[in-house]
Design a protein around this ligand. Structure first.
Ligand code: APR
Length: 259
């Protein structure tokens, strides 16, 4: 895979790098994206019927079951070489801030420290009333489990359409975008706000922009480097070109860093 020499140089010289990831980076781990024409979740399900507070109000059981189904898919997934390459970058760069829209926790499983989760995490569950995180819960046939503290319905600790993002991760993401000299947009269609505006915040502060995505997005015409293809192929090639440490998969398909 051809990696632009100028990008390799900038990566090696970066003093503060930030990356935003979306569902595309987990596609090679077997998790479906949202907007891919055929395979995307929103091609099959209506987001307003499953991923909004109104939908939960109307039919909490259907929403709960749909997230339970997705949680199971996530539990069976493993990080791929793209996740590993970003974990390696956090060890190889003086400053590397990883921001994700994904709720699957695969970055953390790959060894990335301090991942900024903008949209929450599907493995966490909280009370829809008092907001307490439920350390554990019991599935009740035909019902949505309830909060042990206030008796309210439990819901996934993710951000639904129409809901605000949690303040701390959002502030950390904006600060990282404004402070970086190199910003990667990886595996995201770049249309969901406020995440989609982070690249522009970085560019407005003079950062070099890189897009790694299977197809062009609204951001493509604004970036300095547009690398179109699979993140699980492009990112390891970039890390290897910059630092000579290959990202490889072991005999059982598990992913390993060269260092
Ligand atoms: N490597 C790189 N890019 C990929 C790959 C891959 N292997 N497979 C798919 N892609 C690209 C697609 O071309 C698409 O542009 O990843 C992008 C995924 O876009 P979306 O499905 O829109 O996902 P995302 O941008 O993360 O969605 C943002 O929307 O539905 C909400 O809350 C949800 O966090 C999500 C947010």
């Amino acid at each position: 895979m051809d990696t632009p020499a100028d990008l390799v140089r900038r990566l090696r010289e970066s003093q503060a790098c930030a990356a935003l990831t979306g569902a595309g980076i987990s596609q090679e781990s077997g998790l479906r994206t949202f907007r891919d024409a055929q395979s995307g979740l929103w091609a099959q399900y209506r987001p307003e019927a499953l991923a909004s507070p109104e939908a939960f109000q109307r039919d909490p059981k259907t929403v709960w079951d749909w997230y339970a189904w997705r949680r199971q898919a996530v539990a069976g997934a493993r990080p791929n070489a793209g996740h590993l390459a970003l974990a390696a970058m956090s060890r190889l760069l003086p400053v590397f801030k990883l921001i994700t829209q994904n709720v699957d926790g695969l970055h953390q499983m790959a060894g990335s420290p301090e991942v900024v989760e903008l949209h929450g995490n599907i493995q966490r569950v909280r009370c829809a009333d008092c907001g307490s995180i439920a350390p554990s819960w019991e599935e009740v046939t035909g019902e949505v489990p309830r909060c042990a503290i206030c008796g309210g319905l439990l819901r996934p600790d993710v951000v639904w359409f129409g809901e605000s993002l949690p303040r701390e991760p959002l502030e950390a993401a904006v600060a990282a975008a404004r402070a970086c000299d190199l910003f990667f947009s990886i595996g995201t269609s770049g249309i969901v706000q406020p995440a989609a505006s982070l690249a522009y915040a970085a560019r407005n502060r003079g950062a070099v922009l890189v897009e790694v995505n299977a197809e062009p997005t609204p951001l493509t015409t604004k970036v300095d480097f547009a690398l179109h293809g699979k993140a699980g192929e492009i990112l390891p090639a970039l890390v290897e070109a910059a630092w000579g440490s290959p990202i490889s998969t072991g005999p059982a398909g598990q992913v390993e860093a060269g260092r």
